[in-house]
Design a protein around this ligand. Structure first.
Ligand code: DGL
Length: 272
């Protein structure tokens, strides 16, 4: 069982890639949609949510956990890895940075992300670990997550917001743009049309899925037959998650268990 979580629907863009690449694996997905959007919340609060959710997924039996959320990956990956040293825990930021460096050439790399991820500087740090001279231009996109969560990913508002957010990156000479929030692949059409044909769009989910595959094999954890259906849970609106989630995931989500995050773990996990 692979635990995957996000603040809401966004992580389904990662879950979809994992399901496609490793069809024998069972996924247990948690959407913390009682607290979405994460992007405008204090970073400490998000770290607390992410630790609680990781603990919950491990309690449920996850052999590995994918933080399919850039915010959580930015502020809680190391804390979670320290707290649960026996379970491989992956984020999406390092894979995203690696993928972008691989294609960016000499031009600066643009990052579209939530305000919190921009504030954390996590992409810049990760990119600079690989190339300390690389120019990184970040753009916070506060309108994007609410547009996706309310089912307006394919709207004129989404197109207008994408034009506003992408223009400064193009203006700075970026030829590569990282989708630095897992909700953004669902806005890909609007982002691509704002960016134009010559811009390379990097979805960190692709590299994250490959990294996950390596871990599963190296640690001898890969499933050899699927014997259980995927499990979905949410802390907020379960019916809305099932309806929109089925569209985004491209497969029917017929049951969503409601789990209140405060009750998600038997022993509450607090940040020191
Ligand atoms: N999808 C998440 C991310 O990648 C969180 C977005 C949000 O809730 O603001 O950052």
């Amino acid at each position: 069982m692979i635990g995957v979580f996000d603040s809401g629907l966004g992580g389904l863009s990662v879950a979809a890639k994992i399901m496609e690449a490793y069809p024998k694996e069972q996924i247990v997905y948690f959407a913390d949609n009682a607290h979405v959007p994460y992007g405008e919340r204090p970073l400490d609060e998000i770290r607390g949510f992410a630790l609680d959710i990781t603990a919950h997924l491990i309690t449920k039996g996850a052999k590995t956990v994918v933080m399919a959320c850039n915010m959580s990956s930015a502020v809680a990956l190391e804390a979670s890895q320290n707290r649960f040293p026996d379970v491989p825990i992956l984020g999406v930021i390092e894979p995203g940075a690696k993928a972008a460096i691989g294609v960016a050439g000499e031009a600066p790399i643009g990052v579209l992300a939530t305000s919190g991820t921009v504030k954390s500087g996590a992409y810049e740090k990760s990119i600079h670990k690989l190339d300390s001279q690389k120019k990184v231009i970040q753009q916070a996109c506060p309108e994007f997550v609410p547009l996706v969560e309310s089912g307006r990913a394919d709207s004129e508002e989404a197109e207008a917001a994408a034009r506003d957010y992408v223009a400064p990156l193009i203006g700075e000479g970026c030829r590569t743009i990282i989708l630095g929030c897992t909700h953004y692949p669902f806005l890909r059409r609007a982002i691509e049309s704002a960016a134009g044909r010559d811009i390379i769009i990097v979805d960190p989910a692709v590299e994250t899925t490959q990294t996950l595959g390596k871990i599963l094999v190296e640690q001898g954890m890969a499933a050899y037959r699927l014997d259980a259906p995927h499990v979905f849970s949410a802390s907020g609106d379960t019916a809305g998650f099932a309806a929109l989630g089925s569209i985004f995931l491209g497969r029917t989500i017929d049951k969503v268990e409601k789990i209140t995050i405060a009750h998600a773990v038997e022993t509450a996990v607090k940040i020191e």
